[in-house]
Design a protein around this ligand. Structure first.
Ligand SMILES: [Mn+2]
Length: 347
């Protein structure tokens, strides 16, 4: 959840997004009304130093739900400094600060809690207890291996655990790590924490029926959205048809709202008379959405060399053009294309 996050990168939209985060947390418990328990896999709070109002808010929502709720510390809210440490907790809240098992007898449910910072004890704890509850799940906060990181959780532990389900926390986008008979997911954050995560944000609804594998579905809890027409969060926009900057601004603005998280990639050829100043375009569009990045991958009239390497390319093209005049235009076009591609443009 990252409750209490400052969202300073959102500028003036930060406080509105903090309110969105609160609504997402309430939506988690609305979604859970038909459920037996809520599992929160760490980083409920963004830091140990969140203001008291955030702790009070979380406790109130959890208490009002009356649902058995299990919370473990994450790397943002580690056990030794967790905001719940000094609080009087409602009876339905089980805050588990150390690796260990929690049995909810009324539910035939047993939870292996694996809080952040306690990784040395996880591998041994992730075991099905033959004398334990019919439904046995784990709740962990840490990283699976990814590019550039070995992770503190090993995928092989999942299958070896023989548990029914492993609920992972830390990554902001939902991702499946099911191995063997053990279903396993990163639920993802219930609202946008950083722009590069899957949106709209969701939670995992986990259904366990005796004797059959766990079934997982996803319920939307977040309000932040990519713009309509975006693919993997990127809205590709052909600037060829724009007659001026104003018409481009109007067309893009129509795709944005206060909930839009937009990466706009400008492609095609800029044909208008006036130059396209992208930083200014960004400044004008940014107040109309939650977060905006404008990537430039469009072509313009004539590009001027800006680096020694680009100068060399243009110079060589001119020399070849002088030597074989019929092909001068071809060389000039090739040099322009080189500059365009060197600057991140696309064909
Ligand atoms: Mn984390």
């Amino acid at each position: 959840m990252h409750l209490g996050r400052a969202f300073s990168y959102l500028g003036e939209a930060a406080s509105a997004h903090q309110a969105r985060l609160k609504r997402a947390f309430q939506r988690v418990f609305e979604q859970a009304r038909e459920c037996d328990a809520v599992l929160i896999a760490g980083d409920l709070f963004d830091s140990p130093a969140v203001r008291r109002m955030w702790t009070a808010f979380a406790l109130e929502v959890i208490a009002d739900s009356r649902l058995p709720t299990i919370v473990i510390p994450g790397n943002h809210d580690p056990a030794g400094q967790h905001p719940f440490r000094d609080c009087t907790l409602p009876a339905n809240l089980h805050f588990v600060a150390e690796t260990g098992r929690v049995r909810l007898r009324a539910l035939d449910l047993e939870v292996v809690a694996c809080p952040a910072g306690d990784a040395a004890r996880w591998a041994a704890a992730l075991r099905r207890d033959p004398n334990g509850a019919p439904c046995q799940v784990a709740l962990m906060h840490g990283s699976m291996p990814s590019i550039g990181s070995t992770g503190d959780i090993q995928p092989s532990w999942i299958e070896a655990s023989a548990l029914d389900y492993v609920a992972l926390g830390d990554w902001h986008s939902p991702q499946e790590w099911t191995r063997g008979q053990t279903v396993c997911w990163y639920s993802g954050a219930p609202e946008m924490i950083l722009p590069r995560q899957r949106l709209p944000a969701t939670i995992c609804l986990v259904e366990w029926l005796h004797g059959s594998p766990v079934r997982v579905s996803h319920a939307i809890t977040g309000e932040a959205r990519f713009p309509d027409g975006a693919t993997d969060g990127v809205l590709e926009w052909d600037v060829s048809a724009a007659v001026d900057v104003q018409s481009l601004f109007q067309a893009l603005r129509a795709r944005l709202s206060s909930e839009t998280v937009a990466t706009v990639r400008l492609v095609g050829r800029w044909n208008a008379e006036e130059p396209l100043d992208v930083p200014t375009l960004w400044e004008q569009l940014q107040p109309h959405c939650l977060w905006l990045e404008v990537q430039t991958a469009y072509q313009t009239g004539t590009l001027q060399p800006r680096t020694p390497f680009e100068s060399l390319l243009v110079q060589l093209a001119q020399e070849y053009g002088t030597q074989t005049p019929p092909q001068a235009d071809l060389y000039r076009e090739a040099a322009q294309l080189c500059l365009h591609l060197l600057r991140g443009g696309r064909l």
